[in-house]
Design a protein around this ligand. Structure first.
Ligand code: GRG
Length: 330
């Protein structure tokens, strides 16, 4: 899904993002140039850098305009992006993906073994950075990696499961997506030594944003065109990942027809038939309603925070996400 970095709304903070970029580059470097090349591949390919943006913005909620981010905030921001990168390296191996961030995936270019090792290296670099910020941040980042693994395993456990429930879906996306966005905000709050209420509000923001972000992504897989997605619509269903609109459609009036098509590998014709059933059901509208609720909850949690550059950035991200929700609904 295309998007913007929250700090696009806070121009003076672009210099802080550039410092994160530098740290990401040096973190991807090893004494071995071959490993450096593999680890730098997706760092150089870009990405929206939403997680570093959330960390820096969270640290900035009590800063006056024009203040540059602390070194600790920049280190926290790089650490969360490195965890995200490590998870992408591993995820692409699991999915046998060939493209990531609009370039050849690491596994496609260097093979699975090197992709896994490079992902491990990036996670280790993230841990080094987190350790330099103290026990609380190191512990939080470690438990976030636990949640990423749990979320991903929960998704695998229910692959091709026509009985997958909404609760199981929400639990999986909380782990695989929302937990890291929440921790990006929380780490920003911890290193800025914000008070407890502000820290909790920022964590709530990251969680709500992450839940809405993943639901929108999953709805788009059903409603968007192949040209927009860069892959055929219904790809998740083909992979056996039955997301919220599909789960709701399976429980609806036409659920029986849909369940008869799903439950195992499907050909293109069956995928298109299944897509039609999901699109005609209330699965899409009800999923969008869930995403809207999560995004609104995220936006509301910002109301308790002081108005400053950080909140301006986070609010812009929430507004952008809400616009994506409405676009998916159109
Ligand atoms: C080894 C940390 C670790 C985890 C293992 C593979 C795995 C368990 C988890 C994968 C979780 C995963 C890939 C979740 C999807 C997260 C997501 C929303 C990715 C897309 O994020 P964007 O749109 O991507 O922010 P860019 O490229 O812009 O950064």
């Amino acid at each position: 899904m295309a998007g913007v970095n929250p700090l696009d709304a806070v121009p003076f903070m672009q210099a802080d993002l550039a410092r994160v970029e530098q740290l990401l580059g040096s973190s991807a470097a090893s004494a071995d140039p071959y490993l450096t090349e593999i680890c730098s591949h997706l760092v150089a390919a870009g990405g929206k850098r939403v997680r570093p943006g959330f960390c820096l913005a969270s640290s900035a909620v009590v800063l006056p305009d024009g203040t540059e981010s602390s070194d600790s905030s920049v280190i926290g921001a790089a650490a969360v992006e490195l965890v995200h990168l490590g998870s992408l390296y591993h995820d692409d191996v699991m999915d046998e993906a060939v493209v990531r961030r609009q370039v050849e995936s690491v596994n496609a270019r260097w093979g699975n073994i090197r992709a896994i090792l490079a992902g491990d290296f990036l996670l280790a670099r993230a841990s080094e950075l987190a350790a330099s910020l103290g026990v609380e941040v190191a512990g939080l980042l470690a438990s976030t990696i636990v949640r990423l693994c749990e979320g991903q395993v929960l998704e695998l456990k229910h692959s091709f499961d026509v009985g997958r429930t909404e609760a199981q879906y929400l639990d999986a996306i909380h782990g695989k997506t929302a937990s890291l966005l929440a921790s990006a905000c929380r780490i920003g709050a911890i290193v800025a030594e914000l008070d407890r209420d502000h820290t909790e509000a920022l964590t709530t923001f990251g969680t709500g944003y992450g839940m809405a972000f993943q639901i929108v992504d999953d709805v788009l897989d059903v409603v968007a065109t192949e040209a927009d997605l860069g892959k055929p619509a219904g790809h998740d269903m083909e992979e056996g990942v039955y997301t919220l609109p599909v789960i709701i459609a399976m429980a609806s009036g036409h659920g029986e027809d849909l369940r008869a098509l799903l439950g195992g590998p499907i050909d293109t014709a069956s995928r298109d038939k299944a897509l039609d059933i999901v699109r005609d059901s209330d699965g899409v509208a009800r999923s969008i309603e869930r995403a809207r609720t999560f995004a609104n909850e995220a936006a509301q949690s910002l109301d308790t925070l002081p108005d400053g550059p950080g909140v301006r950035g986070l609010r812009a991200a929430a507004d952008y996400l809400l616009a994506q929700v409405e676009l998916a609904a159109a």
